[in-house]
Design a protein around this ligand. Structure first.
Ligand SMILES: [Zn+2]
Length: 121
């Protein structure tokens, strides 16, 4: 009997399927193609990335420049991928993505994003 999907994880489950797809993670998949094209070099800081330890600060992460949101055309597009290290993925990119959710200003015209430089004072 199929497991009843948790409503909040339905989207995450769909994404997980994409990441398990051989077109992504197979030996000739987009992920490997991206790492080879970028010469295993982080496109943000220039460090060499490694595989084998997901928790290493220089662990290889293949990032989607435009968020795919489950869109296969964007997901499997070599022009939309870049090699980054785990450190950059966890800081720069997640901050960029977080910013996407909180774009805008309050009624006083201040950016709502606490990370926005105007709110640094
Ligand atoms: Zn980096």
């Amino acid at each position: 009997m199929p497991r009843k999907p948790h409503p909040r994880s339905a989207e995450a489950e769909a994404y997980r399927k994409l990441y398990r797809d051989p077109r992504w993670c197979g030996p000739h998949g987009i992920r490997r193609q991206t790492l080879r094209r970028d010469l295993w070099t982080c496109q943000r800081c220039g460090c060499l990335v490694i595989e084998g330890n997901r928790h290493h600060p220089q662990a290889a992460v293949v990032n989607h420049k435009l968020k795919h949101k489950g869109d296969e055309a964007l997901f499997f597009d070599l022009a939309n991928t870049e090699t980054v290290c785990k450190t950059d993925h966890d800081t720069l990119i997640q901050r960029e993505e977080a910013r996407g959710y909180v774009i805008g200003a309050d009624i006083d015209g201040r950016p709502v994003d606490p990370n926005h430089p105007w709110n640094a004072r």
